[in-house]
Ligand binder design. Structure first.
Ligand SMILES: C[S@@+](CC[C@H](N)C(=O)[O-])C[C@H]1O[C@@H](n2cnc3c(N)ncnc32)[C@H](O)[C@@H]1O
Length: 676
């Protein structure tokens, strides 16, 4: 109904009022060209706006500035990629990445990929969790770190020897990294009018070094062969081309700036700048030399285009122009043995050198092909402004370069843990693999020893020691065999769905909620345990089971969660009821219905004959066969509770509202709830 109205209204407002974005693959993104005033003036548009808000609340669509969707598209994500989103909140790009990894999977099957989404601020992590919750994914980990010091979770050498022949990861490495850094945000100026008053050139200058450090850390964590996208919603070259040039300078011949002009050909973009000036307190500077002495520590050499400046004067070596830069701070006091050929062949640049460079004096510096960066400006395609650069890592950073990317945590490499032997009898209830030994960094810690001491401390609960992150509950593998067996048997969960080893809980939660994690997330959790909980994990996985205290007789202490139902449904073989659209609608509308009051008496009888406890009610659409219905991705199902005389719905109000609206759309059944 709403959509019909909208097409009518949009035709009134012209062809451009609602149109797909030509550069977004598969017509999946649409642009609405209505002003707030128009939305308020027209009733059909206003209800359409409400509809969009609701759909985004329940996760069916995402509303965002169109241009902000561009950076993930250049990552060329594949379903088995490990992806790091370094500065992720509020999470619109994380959501896109999750959509990409889940795109081609059948219901009940998880991709091998994972997304690790990070943000510095806890509150912003909460927002990120809220915004990505709608995705219901088992392949997401949310972390809370300074991106510039993101841990690498490397195992100590002796330990990784022990795992050499297994497929366990020995450190964090990502196939794709999104580095959407904090920026001055001047690219949002056309919709964020307060920016006009707030903006000053110092904002970009202050962020430049942080942006370089975050992106440099990203490069260190990127796999050889991997891609990293650096982006900002600023047009300031100090936050953009200057950062990219510094990254290329610091990572030497390990990283190249990709020419992606053939990708997303419909996207209108402008080339990156090769030259610019830097402003500080109202004065413009062309080179760092021009900067007054007392400002030199704030206006950094790396903010200037590499080929400008007197000290950075171009010197010809062989067939390439290079500059001498003796001020790049990270390489200070270190020597690099340069024996290889630095290649930027595609751009006609190459350096042949076979000499030892003393970093304390001169650093060879090519002119980088910064025109390969992309600038998206509002007046080209009626969008916000964005800067994007795509980097490709083709060889590892050397030790000196890596050191410059991270402040080492004292515990990072100090703890050595004996790996748990295969087939070791498993008697623990909840287990994290290793805990920290704050003052004992060189001590060899036996996991069993740690477990024993924690048993002594926590008695029957057998909880292992606390994570080292204040305020964050440790993630614990849930291994209570009896409980798992009771869940499997109560819901008839098929063997083909791996539960063992994939269930986790949080330490203070008393296993009230059990989350399901994908194989990829499971491996990272194991690694994190082995390296002493270096990752500060604030959220992960999909909530699948919740404990209940019902007095109704029920042999299973856990109920299903609506969040995890779509993943689990194809594997559930017991406690499923199939309802007609009319009864399904009534259930949603009244939330609790007496067995005798169902329209379809057969359904009421089946419900009454079920043992009390949690069950699944599947919407039976006329043409569908019961055998295949649970494997169909379009199937609608809800979690219910079979009580003494009633069937009760266990779905949150927004989800219920969404389902009612879908019923109204498909079956013309009136969508209203008591809240309405
Ligand atoms: C431009 S916003 C990211 C927007 C996000 N990528 C999206 O598309 O929704 C930058 C984010 O970086 C976070 N941030 C700021 N400093 C950070 C740091 N040092 N490390 C990690 N995150 C940081 C901010 O909290 C903010 O959420």
């Amino acid at each position: 109904m709403i959509l019909g109205d909208i097409w009518r209204v949009s035709s009134e407002y012209g062809e451009d009022a609602i149109r797909p974005l030509p550069w977004y693959p598969g017509n999946l993104a649409w642009h609405l060209n209505f002003s707030r005033k128009e939305l308020r003036k027209n009733q059909a548009l206003e209800s359409f706006h409400e509809f969009l808000k609701h759909e985004s609340e329940v996760g069916n669509i995402t509303r965002q500035e169109a241009v902000s969707m561009v950076p993930p598209l250049f990552l060329n994500v594949q379903p088995d990629h490990h992806i790091l989103d370094m500065c992720a909140s509020p999470g619109s790009k994380t959501f896109q990445l999750l959509e990409m990894i889940h795109q081609s999977k059948e219901p009940g099957l998880l991709p091998g990929a994972l997304v690790m989404a990070n943000d510095l601020y806890v509150q912003r992590c909460d927002l990120l969790i809220h915004n990505t919750k709608r995705m219901c994914t088992a392949n997401l980990i949310v972390t809370n770190h300074e991106a510039q010091n993101f841990p690498d979770c490397s195992l100590a050498n002796d330990y990784s020897e022990a795992y050499k022949d297994t497929c366990k990861p020995q450190g964090l490495e990502f196939d794709r990294i999104l580095c959407d850094v904090p920026c001055s945000g001047d690219g949002t100026i056309r919709k964020g009018h307060e920016m006009w008053r707030k903006w000053n050139s110092g904002m970009g200058n202050q962020l430049h070094l942080l942006q370089v450090n975050i992106a440099m850390r990203g490069i260190a964590l990127l796999k050889v062969g991997g891609r990293m996208v650096y982006s900002t919603c600023s047009m300031n070259p100090v936050e953009n081309e200057a950062v990219v040039a510094e990254l290329l300078r610091r990572s030497g011949n390990s990283v190249e700036l990709l020419d992606v002009s053939s990708e997303l050909p419909e996207l209108v973009r402008r080339p990156g700048l090769s030259t610019w000036k830097v402003q500080d307190r109202g004065s413009w500077f062309q080179t760092h030399d021009d900067v007054p002495h007392d400002r030199k520590n704030l206006v950094l050499p790396s903010m200037f285009p590499s080929s400008n400046g007197t000290e950075e004067s171009d010197t010809v070596h062989g067939d390439v122009e290079v500059n001498i830069d003796n001020r790049s701070s990270f390489l200070r006091n270190c020597n690099i043995e340069e024996t290889s050929k630095i290649n930027h062949d595609t751009d006609g640049l190459s350096i042949n050198s076979n000499k030892k460079l003393d970093c304390t004096s001169n650093i060879l510096n090519s002119k980088f092909p910064l025109h390969r960066c992309m600038r998206i400006v509002p007046h080209d395609q009626n969008s916000g402004a964005f800067f994007i650069a795509v980097l490709h890592k083709f060889s590892p950073l050397n030790g000196c370069q890596i050191q410059g990317t991270k402040i080492q945590h004292p515990l990072a490499k100090g703890i050595i843990v004996q790996p748990q032997k295969e087939n070791e009898p498993e008697t623990r209830l909840y287990e994290t693999i290793l805990t920290r030994q704050q003052n004992n960094v060189s001590k060899v810690v036996d996991a069993a020893e740690v477990l024993e001491s924690s048993r002594a401390e926590s008695g029957d609960m057998k909880l292992q020691k606390q994570s080292r992150w204040k305020g964050v509950d440790p993630v614990l593998f849930f291994k209570d065999e009896l409980v798992i067996k009771s869940i499997i048997s109560f819901f008839g969960i098929k063997e083909s769905f791996p539960l063992q080893g994939h269930l986790v809980t949080r330490s203070t939660d008393n296993a009230r909620r059990i989350y399901y994690v994908s194989k990829s997330v499971k491996k990272i959790l194991e690694l994190n345990g082995e390296v002493g909980e270096q990752l500060k994990i604030v959220s992960l996985g999909i909530k699948m089971f919740e404990s209940h205290r019902s007095k109704d007789c029920c042999s299973c202490a856990y109920r299903l969660s609506y969040e995890g139902l779509s993943l689990l449904l194809p594997y559930v073989s017991k406690r499923i009821l199939y309802a007609s659209p009319l009864d399904f609608h009534r259930l949603l509308q009244y939330r609790s219905i007496n067995f005798a009051h169902f329209v379809d008496a057969r359904f009421g009888e089946e419900a009454a004959s079920l043992m009390p406890g949690c069950c699944v009610v599947v919407l039976l659409e006329g043409h569908k066969h019961v055998d295949s219905i649970c494997k169909d991705p379009s199937t609608i199902a809800i979690v219910c509770w079979r009580g003494k005389g009633t069937m009760n719905v266990m779905v949150s109000p927004p989800d219920r509202k969404d389902l009612l609206e879908r019923m109204a759309y498909h079956f013309g059944l009136k969508a209203c709830t008591e809240e309405d």
